[in-house]
Design a protein around this ligand. Structure first.
Ligand code: AMP
Ligand code: FE
Ligand code: FE
Ligand code: ZN
Length: 293
C-alpha cells in the first residue's frame, strides 16, 4: 500500500517522524510520503528510521505548502504537495522559512483573540505543544483540549478555530503558481492536495484547477477523506483529460485527526509516474528493499 500524505511533529501531526515510520510499517504500507506543512524538518529523522528497517520500505520526502489562489473566484487558500524537491534550492527554501515564521505571529494573534474572549490557554502552552515544529491551528486546538474547552481537536475546528470564527487570523501563503514553479525548478513534483475538501473552506472551481496546468501542476490528490464520492469521480476525469496523474492519501495527523494511515492509497502506476517526473532527490529505500544501499 502506498500513502503519499502524512504529518509529524515537524508540523501539526502527533507522531515523531520515527514513530510515523513505525506506524506506517505496522499499518501495512510499503511506501510513504512525509509531507509536513511548510517544512522539511522531519525528513532526516524519518530517513534514519527507514535506514534501520528490516522490511522493504520506500520513503518519499515531501512538503505540504500553504498557498493562495487569487483568480476570478477571489482569494482561496489551498495546499500544494511538493515531492522529491531539492531541499537546498534557495528560493523555495527561503519561502518555507518565511511561511513558518508567519505561522508564529499568526498563531499568537489567534491565541490573543481567544485569551481576550476568556479561553484559558496561553501562547507559551501552544509553543510547548508544537515543540519546535511548524505551528498550526491543531496545536491551538490541543491547548483548548488540555484546557477542557473542547472534547477533541476536531471539535475546536468546528467553531473556535474555523476560518469563519471571529478569532481567526489568516497566515501568510504563497501564490500557488509561484509554488508550483519553485517546486519544479527544484526538481520536485507538485500535486494539488485535497482540492475539493468542501467542508473545510471555499474551493477552487474546475476552471481554476485547469488554470494550474500551464503553471506546471503535475498531479491531483483525488482520493482523500474530505472528498465526496462524486467529487472523486469528477476529479479523476478531469485529471485524465488534463494529463495529470492522481493520488490517494490519508493525510494522517496522528491523534490530532481520526484518520488512519493507508485509509486512502495511491496506485503503483501513479507512483511510477511521480517518480519518473522527479529529479530533485532520491526515494529512500530501507536496506531490506534489495536496492543495494
Ligand atoms: P493552519 O495550517 O494553522 O491553518 O491549520 C490548518 C490545519 O488544521 C490543516 O492542515 C489540518 O491539519 C487541520 N485541520 C483543518 N480542519 C480540521 C478539522 N476540521 N479537524 C481537525 N483538523 C483540521
Ligand atoms: Fe495539517
Ligand atoms: Fe492539507
Ligand atoms: Zn496535510
Amino acid at each position: 500500500m502506498i500513502d503519499l500524505h502524512a504529518h509529524t511533529t515537524a508540523s501539526d501531526g502527533s507522531d515523531t517522524p520515527a514513530e510515523l515510520i513505525a506506524n506506517a510499517v505496522a499499518a501495512g504500507l510499503h511506501t510513504l510520503a512525509i509531507t509536513d506543512h511548510d517544512t522539511t524538518g522531519g525528513w532526516d529523522e524519518a530517513a534514519a528510521a527507514v535506514a534501520q528497517l528490516e522490511v522493504p520500505f520506500a520513503l518519499i520526502r515531501g512538503t505540504e505548502f500553504s498557498c493562495i489562489s487569487d483568480g476570478e473566484q477571489g482569494r482561496i487558500s489551498l495546499h500544494l504537495l511538493g515531492y522529491l524537491f531539492d531541499p537546498d534550492a534557495e528560493a523555495l527554501k527561503a519561502e518555507r522559512a518565511r511561511l513558518r515564521r508567519s505561522r508564529l505571529g499568526r498563531g499568537e494573534a489567534i491565541v490573543d483573540n481567544l485569551v481576550a474572549a476568556g479561553y484559558p490557554i496561553s501562547w507559551q502552552q501552544v509553543l510547548d505543544i508544537a515543540g519546535g515544529g511548524a505551528v498550526g491551528r491543531p496545536h491551538i486546538g490541543q491547548a483548548l483540549l488540555q484546557a477542557g474547552v473542547v472534547d477533541s481537536v476536531t471539535d475546536a475546528f468546528a467553531h473556535l478555530l474555523s476560518s469563519s470564527s471571529p478569532y481567526y487570523v489568516p497566515k501568510l501563503e504563497m501564490p500557488v503558481e509561484v509554488a508550483i514553479q519553485l517546486i519544479r525548478q527544484a526538481g520536485g513534483v507538485p500535486v494539488i492536495a485535497h482540492p475539493w475538501a468542501r467542508r473545510r473552506d471555499r474551493i477552487l472551481d474546475e476552471a481554476a484547477l485547469r488554470g494550474l496546468v500551464p503553471s506546471g501542476l503535475l498531479g491531483i490528490e483525488v482520493d482523500h477523506l474530505d472528498h465526496a464520492p462524486d467529487d472523486r469521480a469528477r476529479l479523476a476525469e478531469l485529471a485524465a483529460e488534463l494529463g495529470l496523474f492522481t493520488t490517494g492519501s490519508s493525510d494522517y495527523h496522528g491523534t490530532r485527526k481520526s484518520v488512519r494511515l493507508g485509509s486512502d492509497t495511491t496506485s503503483p502506476q501513479s507512483l511510477e509516474r511521480l517518480l519518473s517526473l522527479a529529479s530533485g532527490i532520491e526515494v529512500l529505500h530501507s536496506p531490506a528493499s534489495g536496492h543495494g544501499r
